[in-house]
Write a new protein. Structure first.
Length: 95
């Protein structure tokens, strides 16, 4: 059974005015009870290139709301970031 992600990955970008559009995806951080705010903020700064304020806001949003969009971009770039964050024990997904 195909998931929504599989379907989107297989879809080809549509052309408009002879320019190819890039499909953008969201990298979502989920709250967990294992990581400290400092660890999450450090990872967001290092791998997502967030400023200290952005990292703090995203960590707090994930803590309070349960999740937070931390990066938007092309799928291949987000896959690299997701791998690094998962290696650092963060819970993230691409949508």
């Amino acid at each position: 059974m195909k998931t929504l992600i599989d379907t989107v990955i297989e879809a080809k970008p549509k052309r408009q005015n002879k320019e190819q559009k890039t499909i953008l995806f969201s990298l979502i951080l989920h709250n967990d009870s294992e990581n400290t705010f400092d660890h999450v903020m450090s990872c967001l700064s290092e791998y997502c290139e967030h400023t200290d304020i952005q990292a703090e806001q995203c960590a707090l949003t994930a803590h309070l709301a349960g999740k937070c969009i931390i990066k938007i971009g092309p799928l291949e770039k987000l896959k690299e970031i997701r791998e690094a964050l998962v290696e650092n024990n963060l819970t993230v997904e691409i949508l």
